[in-house]
Design a protein around this ligand. Sequence first.
Ligand code: ADP
Ligand code: ADP
Length: 224
Amino acid sequence: GSLLAATGLHKAYGPTPALVGADFSVHPGEVVAVMGPSGSGKSTLLHCLAGIVRPDAGTVRYGARTLSELSDGERSALRRGEFGFVFQFGQLVPELTCVENVALPLRLSGVRRKDAEARALEWMERLEVADVRGRRPGEVSGGQGQRTAVARALVTGPRVIFADEPTGALDSLNGERVMQLLTEAARDTRAAVVLVTHEARVAAYSDREVIVRDGRARDMAGVA
Ligand code: ADP
Ligand code: ADP
């Protein structure tokens, strides 16, 4: 069955409807691209799926759990423990070195520095950024920063990776490399990926495309 599934999501910001009955599901190990024009509701859908935005109506189920039935604390624990996030601009902490950034989610869950940084370095090797481990984010290229951000998203072993325009700030060569490494790592670890993008070249790395238009999501698998 599906790992994460949304049914009938509605969300409005004041008078502005963002989602009007959106359905979505993703299986373990599956990469789903969420596409559609600007303002169609893609980010709102991703934020509802991740438990960051509370929908006005509809349900989000993660495994046997329904997000709206969890307490705020349980939802944050779920996000920290089972979800990984990659954004358009890596959002690395500028004061920390790259390896400290990757180790941070582990440090926050109580892993000792030495162990956290050893695990961080393994992921940095895999993402081909081990050589910049001692530099700060301001001292690395856009592609290196974004691969560092992907390593940080993967270091806790998430079951779902949410990626919102992860290549949006990169040139096409760096963007393709990030997508290759991200999708390979996700397939190896059987993590599901929810990938918001408006670029067909990026969506080409997915197993399935969902088009969001005017707050509704349409699964392109059913439209052959
Ligand atoms: P997309 O990611 O496809 O660009 P969004 O989910 O960001 O779409 O936005 C959907 C609609 O909701 C748009 O009309 C947008 O202006 C509106 N919207 C999104 N977030 C907010 C917000 N925090 N406050 C007000 N309106 C918002
Ligand atoms: P409580 O969950 O304690 O009743 P609220 O309903 O006011 O508190 O929600 C607090 C925050 O929790 C919301 O701003 C939202 O970010 C998040 N949230 C609540 N319900 C959901 C939901 N069903 N899906 C995603 N996020 C939710």
